[in-house]
Design a protein around this ligand. Structure first.
Ligand SMILES: Cc1cc2nc3c(=O)[nH]c(=O)nc-3n(C[C@H](O)[C@H](O)[C@H](O)COP(=O)(O)OP(=O)(O)OC[C@H]3O[C@@H](n4cnc5c(N)ncnc54)[C@H](O)[C@@H]3O)c2cc1C
Length: 484
């Protein structure tokens, strides 16, 4: 299914985790890019990429056309220069116009992954999911797994699906196969505490040409401003972080785009880097490597009884369609019928999520039933979808907030610890909540969460201190969190 339709399905199936993102493209000329587009049509891969108003208008018409199936968002519009500057006053006056279209953002990506795993297990009672499990070794028949508690178990697969993204070749090596499938590129992002820019963005994204002509983006993310991303060849996902020159690149590009605002390093509250699991393509410039997905198969052989399907080029927008394609091939091989379709299946807290017109009634009912303020109920509905009801029930009339600014209660953290497969302290602050990424985690709050986790998960004092040191080191070294 095309990417736009997949995006529309995500908006419908996971309304608690995915939301519409009005996106502005600043335009710097009327006709730029037409000769380059013609050269690209005839095979050039080096034609300059800057696009003027005419090309952008054509692009946005096509965007609306392809996104018309399952449409949930408005069509595009064009802004004159004065409209654009009235809407976003700090924008550079060098623009001639701007385009406005609707994309989508995943507001809680890590939570969505957890929910997908849980839904999968629920759909087939004989299945199970192991968190932090790693392949220890394989003899070609049995694969030995070790989980986070050190428990070792053997499985005898009929098929192995390697969905380890940028780690695919490393995991294949553990399965005894030397593969060279991934040639990823690193992308870094920074998050800024910049209230003036948040206000100017007003929930929108700006999709712009950075100082070197590459496309970058800046948008409001939980009250912070997310800026990204770079595209640099890199292979080891365990050894990357956002570097100083990437930060200079972002800040310099923002200064050119938004000269009406100041940008400084001390506004940065968090940084992160990931490797896009792109197909290996030696010698190709990073921006030109194919973004399509594929599932190459390493068939069973003499010393190995099962084939391996490796999921190369996975993207957030198209993961459902990709999974469906691969599952259909596997089901055919295994001679099983498909029992569940996923295109109209709500995900996690998207199940029983109240539609916009029903939200006031939902909030009213839940607030009465749980004796909570409607504003708190709405905050948790946006965070957890329909699961918010359970958390509100545990908070009741007296949520005990971890601190004055973070918006998370002790009861909420306890609920997460009891229900969401937490193993490490970093699971809570980096993957079940947005506390770390939004730079709203103080040392005192981290300490309190570690106490709650220790009580719930039975950690000794030694283990709790280990968890605290580990998470502080990860956040300081890899994410540039500065502790107050
Ligand atoms: C900078 C950047 C920007 C992006 N922008 C977009 C975007 O705008 N839109 C979009 O749709 N997508 C985007 N993506 C793509 C997307 O975020 C991911 O790359 C994509 O979701 C890959 O998913 P995956 O499941 O294949 O791999 P991953 O999400 O990387 O998951 C692989 C998993 O394998 C696990 N693993 C590793 N080693 C082992 C082992 N030995 N045993 C067991 N498990 C292991 C890892 O812990 C990890 O959880 C972007 C990616 C990056 C890096």
């Amino acid at each position: 299914m095309p990417v736009h339709q997949e995006r529309n399905l995500l908006l419908k199936n996971a309304p608690h985790a995915v939301s519409a993102l009005p996106t502005v493209i600043p335009i710097f000329s009327w006709l730029n890019g037409i000769p380059a587009a013609i050269r690209t049509l005839f095979g050039s891969t080096t034609a300059p990429r800057s696009r003027g108003a005419v090309l952008i208008k054509i692009g946005l018409l096509l965007y609306d056309f392809y996104g018309s199936r399952h449409r949930v968002m408005p069509r595009h519009s064009m802004w004159s220069r004065s409209m654009a500057l009235a809407n976003i006053p700090p924008l550079t006056p060098q623009i001639v116009a701007a385009g406005l279209y609707y994309d989508a953002k995943i507001v809680h990506p890590e939570r969505l992954v957890l929910e997908l795993g849980e839904d999968g297990v629920r759909a087939e009672p004989r299945s199970f999911a192991l968190n932090y499990a790693e392949i220890e070794n394989s003899d070609g028949e049995t694969v030995t797994l070790r989980d986070a508690h050190g428990v070792v178990r053997g499985v005898r697969p009929r098929v192995v699906v390697n969905a380890a993204g940028p780690w695919i070749d490393k995991v294949n090596a553990r399965l005894g196969v030397a593969s060279r499938l991934i040639g990823g590129t690193k992308g870094s992002h920074i998050l800024l505490d910049h209230p003036d820019l948040s206000r100017a963005l007003a929930g929108r994204m700006i999709y712009f040409e950075a100082n070197d002509g590459r496309i970058c983006l800046v948008f409001d993310y939980h009250g912070r401003v997310l800026v990204g991303s770079t595209d640099i060849r890199a292979s080891d996902p365990d050894a990357i972080a956002c570097e100083d020159d990437e930060i200079d690149y972002f800040l310099g590009s923002l200064r050119s785009l938004l000269p009406g605002l100041a940008f400084e390093r001390d506004q940065i509250v968090y940084t992160y880097s990931g490797i896009r699991p792109l197909p290996l393509s030696d010698g190709t410039a990073p921006g030109l490597i194919s973004r399509d997905h594929s599932a190459p198969v390493i068939e069973a052989s003499e010393g190995r009884q099962w084939p391996i399907f490796s999921l190369v080029g996975g993207k957030w927008t198209t993961f459902r369609g990709f999974a469906e394609e691969v599952a259909d091939v596997l089901l055919k091989r295994l001679d099983h019928p498909r029992r569940v379709r996923t295109d109209s299946l709500p995900i996690g807290g998207g199940r029983d999520y109240p539609a916009a017109v029903e939200q006031d009634r939902w909030l009213d009912t839940i607030s009465r039933a749980t004796a909570t303020e409607p504003a708190r109920a709405l905050q948790l509905l946006h965070r957890y979808g329909s699961k918010a009801g359970d958390i509100l029930m545990s908070e009741g009339r007296n949520p005990v907030f971890l601190d004055e600014t973070c918006g998370h209660s002790e009861q909420e953290i306890t609920w997460i610890l009891r229900n969401e497969r937490v193993i490490r302290l970093d699971d809570v602050v980096m993957r079940r909540t947005g506390l770390a990424v939004t730079g709203r985690l103080s040392l005192a709050t981290l300490f309190r969460i570690s106490e709650i986790a220790a009580a719930e998960l039975g950690w000794s004092e030694v283990r709790r201190n280990e968890e605290l040191s580990r998470v502080q080191e990860i956040l300081s070294k890899r994410h540039r969190i500065r502790w107050a």
